[in-house]
Design a protein around this ligand. Structure first.
Ligand code: SDX
Length: 431
């Protein structure tokens, strides 16, 4: 890494020098690892918008330029030319697989696609209207009770390789079983002869009386969505996986924490919230102007879901691809979804409005993805589960990168205390 001249901090008449780090894409950071021991000061950065918690070689994004690359490969190329399993291999192992590596990796997904039969009993305990994200988090954490993890004191590559596939393959099965549970239908088991996405679609939509017809257009649309959701550097859920993993919590527990963080409507839950918003506008005579004005009104908590981003201050490159994919799929399937029309109107209205322009608010990855899920027949409460399936390889890659760091230590941020100073206890009869 290129060395830069140190940063200087002047406090109380003293000058302190802090090293500057430069990443391979020219990003610069001030290394404050020794700030407190040097100055007895800590920094304050609400929401960590200016703070790096690690060096990472997995994903690079440039929010101003709208650039997103996985291990150096632009997502536009991967979405067009790669498969979800190949992209997952790239993220986790750092390079594109050879044909033999990809065959073996893909084959192992079928070996690990079943759930332990006893785990099926868990589903009997869930309420019929249980949110699938609640089921997913519970079931992923419970995998640790049935499948051996990685011995933190003696981690082996073979154990890691096994768990990568177990997690990615079984999460897909758990997701499909959660959907069947919500429909009151019997589970459809994974099939050895089907690849990752067709297997998922078959488990979701086939039944004892009907074999779901797998259309290539649908498989391709889901492939694009899974690839585009596969990683996004230090977003809320990935940072959560890293923080939980830094305590040497096992991979199942760390991924469960990531699933819970993703569930938030400001994060992965936004794709479900976008459809709620579009349905609300549709019920209100498609009055897009009214809702754009509401989103600008500070006294109103309403926000345009699927709009804005902590990092992208230009159009989210994923949203561009997903928007095109939504139009293509609905045209191929002959679906005329009024919500797509409302979404386009909303986007056009917002992108010409000074409020959104001044704040660099553009559609993000969640704005159009729900339109595709709807067209496929995936219910709204499954949308964030779909995001989790896609994001899983990214979470795993970051967990492994963090665990492989010999200098790694438990994450433990500081705070600025603003509570009461010392005071004596007052007995209850004197309060
Ligand atoms: C994802 O981090 C990632 O990489 C996440 C993700 C990933 O792949 O992992 O990309 C996935 O989570 C995408 C984001 C999905 N969430 C939503 O679509 C929810 C709606 N968006 C907002 O809540 C918001 O834009 C966030 C949460 C995404 C970003 O919030 P920030 O960076 O904290 O921005 P902010 O709240 O400080 O907003 C800056 C200004 C504020 O106005 P002012 O105080 O300057 O007057 O922009 C306004 C905000 O009120 N604003 C919005 C808005 N988003 C921000 N106003 C109306 N509608 C919105 N959607």
């Amino acid at each position: 890494m290129e060395q830069q001249q140190n940063a200087k901090v002047i406090l109380g008449g003293n000058t302190f020098e802090l090293p500057v780090m430069v990443g391979t894409e020219g990003e610069r950071g001030i290394d404050i690892s020794k700030l407190r021991s040097l100055t007895n000061y800590v920094t304050f950065d609400h929401g960590f918008g200016n703070t790096s918690n690690c060096e990472s070689a997995i994903t690079f994004l440039d929010g101003e330029a709208g650039v997103l690359r996985y291990r150096g490969y632009p997502i536009e190329e991967l979405a067009e030319k790669s498969s979800f399993i190949e992209t997952a291999y790239l993220l986790v192992y750092g390079s594109l697989p050879t044909s033999e590596q990809l065959r073996a990796f893909s084959e192992s997904f079928n070996q690990h696609s079943m759930l332990h039969e006893d785990m099926k009993n868990f589903f009997k305990g869930f309420a019929s209207n249980a949110h699938p994200m609640s089921i997913l988090a519970s079931m992923v954490c419970s995998l640790a009770a049935y499948y051996p993890g990685i011995d933190a004191m003696n981690p082996t590559q073979a154990d890691f390789d096994r768990i990568v596939v177990q997690l990615m393959s079984k999460v897909r099965t758990i997701a499909a079983f959660a959907y069947k549970k919500s429909q009151g239908q019997p589970f459809v088991y994974p099939r050895y002869d089907l690849e990752y996405i067709p297997n998922f679609l078959n488990m979701m939509f086939s039944s004892p009386i009907n074999e779901y017809k797998i259309y290539d257009e649908v498989v391709q649309a889901l492939k694009v969505l899974f690839i585009l959701h596969a990683d996004h550097e230090q977003n809320c859920s990935t940072s959560t996986v890293r923080l939980v993993g830094s305590a040497q919590a096992n991979l199942y527990a760390s991924i469960t924490a990531g699933i819970c963080a993703l569930w938030g409507p400001l994060h992965g839950g936004a794709n479900e919230a976008v459809i709620d918003m579009l349905e609300l506008i549709h019920k209100d005579n498609d009055d897009v102007d009214k809702y754009v004005e509401m989103a600008k009104d500070k006294s109103n908590r309403f926000r345009l879901m699927g709009f804005g981003h902590r990092v992208y201050k230009s159009y989210d490159p994923r949203a561009k691809i997903i928007k095109r994919c939504a139009h293509d799929l609905l045209a191929k399937l002959g679906i005329d979804d009024p919500l797509l029309e409302i979404a386009v109107k909303l986007e056009n209205k917002a992108l010409t409005d000074p409020y959104f322009i001044e704040r660099n608010l553009y559609p993000n990855v969640d704005f159009y993805s729900g339109i595709i899920y709807r067209a496929i027949g995936i219910p709204k409460d499954m949308f964030t589960v779909m995001f989790a399936i896609g994001r899983l390889p990214g979470w795993i890659a970051h967990w492994k990168e963090m665990m492989d760091n010999p200098a790694g230590k438990i994450g433990r941020p500081r705070q600025i205390y603003v509570g009461p100073t010392q005071r004596a206890y007052v007995s209850i009869n004197k309060r």
